[in-house]
Design a protein around this ligand. Sequence first.
Ligand SMILES: Cc1ncc(COP(=O)(O)O)c(C=O)c1O
Length: 346
Amino acid sequence: MYSFKNDYSEGAHPKILNALLETNLVQDEGYGEDRYSRKAIELIKRKIGSNDVDIHFISGGTQTNLIAISAFLRPHEAAIAVSSGHILGHETGAIEATGHKILSVEGRDGKLTPTDIQGVLDGHPDEHMVKPKLVYISNSTEIGSIYTKHELQTLHDFCQNNQLILYMDGARLGSALCSEENDLQLSDLPELVDAFYIGGTKNGALIGEALVISTDSLKEDFRYHIKQKGALLAKGRLMGIQFLELFRDNLFFDLATHANKMAGLLREELSNSQINFLTHSPSNQLFPILPNSLIAELQNKYSFHIWEKVDSDTSAIRLVTSWATKEEEVVGFIEELKMVLRGISV
Ligand SMILES: Cc1ncc(COP(=O)(O)O)c(C=O)c1O
């Protein structure tokens, strides 16, 4: 059974595992103050083109969102997210458990617009309600779409004018930045958002996300917040070593490019077979709409998520490719799909 379920089905890229092995017996400081973490931070700052950011390694996406958002907000403040946003639907109320409401808006293509945010602000005029303060977006989004530079600039300007914090969840930032449709650079981000994270877990690392904070007022005491939430790892070097490897050369971007290439192949072949998609997703997640009978057949050989029911006969499934997806597996999946399709149509 081959899995297109997610981009963390495999372990870690061999270069990362080798780096962990090679450094295994070197003694160093704990809690992220080791030489590897410090070097990785310097390296990422160079790639971002800014020295004026704080970078912290945190082990997973939910933990990063939870620590960042709860640290950035005062007790009465709330976050705004699209209804499909990961913090709303898939993080077990982690943000809400810290006492902060998440205000949901419909958005478009999984993305937020200033109009959406304005609607929330209009609906929360005074102290009898929570105060919307942080705008949560993810790039790529939960449904595989990506933000253009213009869209992000517009959101940034709106947030600045309304004293809102703009926070980007980058669990799949690699895939977004390496998309053929992308016009954003990593180095644009510190100017455009107050904080964002660079996802390692879904792009070839064993674990780890690099949270980048660009706005000074959000930087203070951040390590206290990480420690208080139990996320300041004694063996923080584990993440430093991995990010050093991801950014030493071009590995981070090479791996994301591979995942996108495999998704591109799937997208092209599915389109050639007249399959429609639920969303326009130029990244490593695809949402083809298939007859339920075809889905049932495919499930004998492949695992994937059934995303949503479209009508009584069809559903959208989610296919995710990764840094490790093999081209022959993509080809095999397409052949299987075509074979079953032929069977259905005769
Ligand atoms: C956009 C996004 N953010 C955050 C997360 C949560 O990451 P983790 O499972 O590492 O907590 C995910 C996981 O799927 C995600 O897709």
